[in-house]
Design a protein around this ligand. Structure first.
Ligand SMILES: NC(=O)c1ccc[n+]([C@@H]2O[C@H](COP(=O)([O-])OP(=O)(O)OC[C@H]3O[C@@H](n4cnc5c(N)ncnc54)[C@H](OP(=O)(O)O)[C@@H]3O)[C@@H](O)[C@H]2O)c1
Length: 285
């Protein structure tokens, strides 16, 4: 069984590849990247695949049994068309199964919703493809918060507009386990799974970070408009709007829900403390 993974140069794609290699052997894993030279170190078969090029994927997916489509990161309308390039190429090549990394969240109601809605369109395109399919709806990655620790230390606080809202966090390692299962186990096909741990508040996240990083951060809640202004100033309009939209979504419950992680993997999702411990163990010393 040959499995291809898109965006193999990215953190999620490469993490899933690392999980798949011991399961099916490096010779059966194909990494697809728009810049193939970035993934030579993975020591697997490498193919070129830019989401803007259907021709790239028609070629890259020859002889492949299952493909993991990792969601792209271009603006929503462009993303839908890019994902369709992969879905169409999979159909042309008679691929048996397609697995998609979607996102959990609300299709309406916050500035992140257009991204969620575009993911829902790709989910529909996949369900209509006629191929065997499985979809994961990812929670919010925990790693960016932990990578931001030096900034939090300087500020003495974690500041955002999530208030008391709960968020289901996950890590790329946890997702890699879940997506390996979705690719390998056909009994999981034909369903959509929410993939994250027990939803937590920002207060709980702040306490966990303080415990592990030996910090004394406070959680500070600010108004969504002010948070949006700050994020746009620091990150620019596109990314700033997305990040502020995510925290407005957390405030209004858009990232609080029931996870199906255990159903997919056979074990509970790691806790916030376990994910932070893993992050610290993996960090370069
Ligand atoms: N759940 C969350 O909290 C969360 C947070 C952020 C993002 N996401 C989503 O999850 C996806 C994977 O996350 P990640 O951590 O792996 O992101 P990442 O490490 O930033 O990797 C993004 C990958 O997308 C590739 N890419 C971008 N445009 C492409 C194109 N036109 N054609 C082919 N490849 C393209 C990049 O290739 P290059 O190496 O060539 O640049 C890179 O490999 C993201 O793309 C985004 O949709 C989710």
């Amino acid at each position: 069984m040959k499995i291809a993974v898109t965006t193999a140069s990215g953190l999620l794609g490469s993490s899933i590849i690392k999980h798949l290699i011991p399961e099916i052997g490096a010779e059966n894993v194909i990494g697809i990247a728009r810049s193939p030279e970035k993934i030579r170190h993975l020591n697997i078969e490498v193919k070129k695949g830019d989401y803007d090029s259907k021709a790239d994927f028609e070629d890259a997916l020859i002889g492949v049994d299952a493909v993991l489509l990792v969601s792209g990161n271009d603006p929503p309308d462009k993303r839908i068309l890019q994902h369709r390039n992969v879905i169409e190429a999979a159909k042309i090549n008679g691929i048996k199964k397609i697995v998609y990394t979607s996102i959990f969240g609300a299709e309406k109601g916050n500035e992140f919703s257009p991204i969620v809605a575009s993911n829902r369109q790709t989910e529909k395109d996949i369900q209509d493809s006629g191929l065997l399919w499985a979809i994961g709806r990812n929670g919010i990655y925990i790693e960016p918060d932990l990578e931001y620790i030096e900034n939090y230390k300087k500020e003495g606080a974690i500041t955002n507009c999530a208030a008391e809202g709960k968020c289901g966090y996950t890590s790329r390692n946890e997702l890699a386990l879940a997506y390996s299962e979705l690719l390998l186990k056909d009994r999981l096909a034909g369903k959509t799974y929410n993939l994250f741990g027990t939803p937590i508040t920002q207060e709980r996240l702040t306490t966990a970070i303080n415990n592990h990083f030996n910090t004394k951060l406070k959680y500070v809640n600010i108004e969504p408009n002010e948070y949006m202004r700050q994020r746009k100033g620091e990150l620019g309009s596109f990314l700033g709007t997305i990040i502020a939209g995510i925290y407005t979504g957390i405030k209004t419950g858009a990232f609080d829900g029931k996870s199906h992680f255990e159903k997919v993997t056979g074990r509970p999702h790691k806790t916030i403390d376990q994910m932070i411990e893993d992050f610290m163990a993996d960090a370069p010393r």
